[in-house]
Design a protein around this ligand. Structure first.
Ligand code: 5GP
Length: 120
């Protein structure tokens, strides 16, 4: 699959549409989800053009991967989510209902997040 440069997160990275930014560094951007599913719901995305966790883990550089995952942890700390706990989630592909084809990790916190996954 080819990366679609017109996906919504690519437009956010180019500054073509706004976001409620909570973190930015050389490799990574984090911003609040437009349709929050928990009191804290932040999306963390690499600045590089990777469509999914599969693409990112296979093709990103060590610097991008280290920077990205350090940023995920920092954002959770900055959001005050560590003491009560939080969940990270990366929907990947059709069965996971990935909607935006730019790799992203969701951070959810601020309430009891319930069980891990919908039962079959
Ligand atoms: P996915 O299902 O791909 O894992 O999740 C995509 C997420 O992106 C959804 O939670 C959705 O609410 C969020 N989202 C979609 N469009 C926008 C947008 O324009 N701005 C922000 N901040 N979030 C968005």
């Amino acid at each position: 699959m080819t990366y679609d440069p017109e996906n919504i997160f690519a437009k956010i990275l180019r500054g073509e549409i706004p976001c409620d930014k909570v973190h930015e560094d050389d490799t990574t951007l984090a911003f609040k989800d437009i349709n929050p599913q928990a009191p804290t719901h932040v999306l963390v995305i690499p600045k590089g053009a990777y469509e999914s966790m599969d693409d990112f883990s296979a093709n990103a550089s060590d610097t991008e991967i280290a920077g990205f995952f350090r940023a995920v942890g920092k954002v959770a700390r900055d959001q005050g989510a560590v003491d009560a706990g939080y969940r990270i989630l990366a929907n990947t592909g059709v069965d996971a209902h990935q909607e935006v084809p730019h790799f992203h990790i969701h951070i959810f916190a601020g309430r009891d997040l319930g069980g891990m996954i919908k039962r079959a």
